[in-house]
Design a protein around this ligand. Structure first.
Ligand SMILES: Nc1ncnc2c1ncn2[C@@H]1O[C@H](COP(=O)(O)OP(=O)(O)OP(=O)(O)O)[C@@H](O)[C@H]1O
Ligand SMILES: [Mg+2]
Length: 226
């Protein structure tokens, strides 16, 4: 597992301070991040692969300062966006998944085999040659996950990966995340997704207000939002 360290991290968008002095050392296999809308979860998650940089403090992955080594860190960290449209880059479903594997020195046959395998795993095999933008919202979310995981990152950060999914596909993604050998950080409002996780961090108004086992942290979170 990687060591993800936030040290004195603050961030503001213009005047609005959205993270205030975050200190966290994340080493667990499966980590959940919860909190009310606008509490700063996505901002925090995006810092793990340098999509957002701290105003003060540092974020590091295995000792690499993300702000300075973005490209290197992004090779290890796969990021799944809430809005899958912002992640689709190629015309067809298969091409979109294959795009992640570009410039890896893989043979065409090798790429095709890995893409086929990923599409099968995510229930998208029948849509391989369909226009990616025409998939349903939930199918796009599955595609986004497939496109990230095909590259086998050592850490997967997923920002609400199941919001658009029906119950069956949400369960499918939940099981898939549970089975991943890789380290995962999941931001979600679907608290049942975090059952069995190793650690849950609760963010409120840009600060960590609870941090511990899912039972403990989610208990505090539930009473906070009650
Ligand atoms: N690019 C941006 N420019 C200006 N303000 C932003 C930007 N991104 C986020 N914010 C603001 O920062 C605050 C925290 O946003 P963030 O997206 O991190 O919250 P969140 O916890 O992920 O919320 P949600 O549960 O709704 O996804 C919000 O008040 C939001 O309006
Ligand atoms: Mg968010």
């Amino acid at each position: 597992m990687s060591v993800i360290e936030f040290s004195g991290v603050t961030h503001a968008y213009g005047e609005r301070e959205v993270l205030r002095g975050i200190d966290l050392v994340l080493t667990e296999h499966r980590i959940g991040i919860v909190g009310a809308n606008g509490s700063g979860k996505s901002t925090l998650a995006r810092m793990v692969n340098g999509l957002v940089k701290p105003d003060r403090g540092t974020v590091s992955v295995d000792g690499l300062d993300v702000a300075r080594n973005g490209r290197e860190v992004r090779r290890q960290v796969g990021f799944v966006f809430t809005n899958p449209d912002s992640q689709i880059v190629m015309p067809t479903v298969a091409e979109d998944v294959a795009f992640t594997l570009r410039r890896r020195g893989l043979s065409k046959a090798d790429v095709a085999a890995r893409v086929a395998d990923a599409l099968e795993r995510f229930g998208l095999a029948a849509h391989a040659d369909h226009p990616a933008h025409r998939l349903s919202g939930g199918q796009k979310q599955l595609l986004a996950l497939a496109a990230v995981l095909v590259a086998e990152p050592s850490l997967v950060v997923a920002d609400e990966p199941t919001t658009l999914l029906d119950a069956r596909n949400a369960r499918r993604i939940s099981e898939l995340l549970d089975a991943l050998p890789q380290q995962v950080i999941v931001v979600t409002h679907q608290l049942e997704l975090l059952e069995g996780f190793d650690r849950v961090v609760v963010i409120e108004a840009g600060e960590v207000v609870a941090d511990g086992s899912p039972d403990t942290a989610l208990g505090i979170y539930r009473s906070l939002i009650a």
